[in-house]
Design a protein around this ligand. Structure first.
Ligand SMILES: [Zn+2]
Length: 434
């Protein structure tokens, strides 16, 4: 049974796809009106022989060229510090954030009071669909710093009326203590860090399954939609795990619902989504994997129009049992276009490898080394297991699952317990050598 409390904006979330499109058209018109003084997008349209003011609906957007991250980075380098993508004079802006820079130079991004409220709304959908209410105590296990996810998750929790405990500036032990002492019912962190906290708690003799945490919301990397990673987190925490996807420059654009179908919702009320063939840029239909392209509708102060996220997704508009009409992506973000590894002719994404390794509970941490031998990628997987007997068993299970799932042979090596790096935010377990 769907409870009304799981909706953030029930009327909008259950609009027919046709009415949803009308709502998007309206919002595209007001966005384009707002961009009359946005030098970056005005010039971009002109360079493509277009007049931005002629864009009147979501469909029209498709005539515009894509925006890439590199363009935004270059814009900030050429017009420091914030680039020409700012629509307003600096006096209008209140909030400064920047990307973590894991895939290159950090991007700085600013918000006004109004666009920050849009962030809160977007997080409202995330929290409510996970059943989070004002009765909850939300613990945000991110580091303080200029990273948007921490501030948006906290402000979003306040927005829906929850009590929010910040886990910024703490080590793992302090965080675990705070979660237990303050009877947190919701934890927000990356999937990697959820598993790390669980491991750290075990070492302290604390069983997180007996804590008050009943919901985990996980973002920052694929994981919470990978069946084995999800199961590992849920087993360790005794909580239901919800996937969520977002990006500093684009917004909090996807959320998991209570129906837990393994496909997560795209927020069609606050964004326009397209899926394209990453090679040709052509639009592709449902049921095919492609790159997600995003236009955000509530951030005219510093927007992205047809932004190539690099995230690979498979779209579906099949009805969801939760009653929402927002489209969904099957299995969440399945990988990044530039992260593909080709092992003996088989295309693999780090997320698929992560899922297989997390299917072996004996493995507490791992690292994957990718090397190029005669033009082909070879995989070496280093795993931590409690002892050498369990290594033999885990190694056997791993080689078997790679053979069954992808018909490939992998090399497995033992690492002493506690020797591999642990990560608080995005993991960097995949290393390319040579
Ligand atoms: Zn749903």
């Amino acid at each position: 049974m769907t409870r009304a409390s799981h909706f953030y904006a029930q009327e909008i979330e259950t609009l027919s796809r046709e009415d949803l499109r009308k709502l998007q058209d309206q919002r595209v018109r007001s966005l384009i009106n707002e961009l009359s003084s946005n030098a970056f997008y005005q010039e971009k349209a002109r360079a493509a022989g277009l007049d931005l003011s002629r864009i009147e609906c979501a469909e029209d957007l498709r005539s515009l060229p894509f925006t890439t991250k590199q363009e935004l980075v270059d814009d900030q380098l050429e017009h420091p510090p914030f680039g020409r993508v700012l629509t307003y004079p600096i006096s209008r802006y209140r909030y400064f954030h920047q990307t973590s820079g894991t895939t290159g130079r950090p991007l700085k991004w600013l918000d006004t009071e109004e666009s920050w409220r849009w962030w809160l709304r977007s997080w409202g959908y995330v929290y409510r669909a996970a059943g989070v209410t004002s009765d909850d105590v939300v613990f945000c296990a991110f580091s303080f710093g200029p990273y948007l996810s921490h501030w948006a998750a906290i402000s979003g929790a306040w927005h829906i009326g929850a009590l929010c405990v910040s886990g910024g500036g703490m080590n793992s032990e302090q965080r675990i203590q705070s979660i237990v002492d303050n009877r947190a019912t919701v934890i927000v962190c990356t999937p990697t860090y959820a598993l790390h906290l669980a491991e750290a708690a075990r070492e302290l003799g604390i069983d997180l399954r007996s804590s008050a945490v009943r919901v985990g919301i996980h973002a920052g990397e694929p994981g919470a939609s990978l069946p084995n990673v999800k199961r590992a987190i849920e087993d360790a925490w005794g909580a239901t795990c919800f996937d969520h996807a977002g990006a500093t420059e684009a917004g909090a654009w996807a959320f998991d619902c209570e129906a837990q179908t393994g496909a997560i919702h795209l927020n069609d009320a606050e964004f326009i989504f397209e899926v394209i063939d990453p090679e040709s840029g052509e639009s592709i239909g449902e049921g095919q994997r492609g790159e997600l392209v995003i236009t955000n509708l509530g951030r005219g102060c510093m927007p992205v129009l047809r932004y190539r996220t690099g995230d690979l997704v498979e779209l579906t508009t099949e009805p969801c049992p939760c009653g929402r009409t927002f489209a969904r992506i099957k299995g969440g973000v399945v990988g990044r276009a530039d992260d593909m590894i080709i092992v003996r002719g088989v295309n693999l994404y780090p997320s698929a490898i992560d899922n297989l390794i997390r299917g072996v509970p004996l493995v507490s941490e791992y690292e994957v080394e990718i090397s190029r031998v005669s033009g082909l990628d070879e995989l070496l997987i280093r795993i931590e297991t409690p002892n050498s007997e369990s290594f033999t068993e885990a190694s056997h299970q791993l080689t078997h699952s790679f053979r069954t799932a992808h018909s490939i042979r992998v090399n497995v090596e033992h690492s002493p317990s506690g020797s591999l790096p642990r990560y608080e935010f995005k993991s960097r377990r995949f290393k390319r050598i040579g």
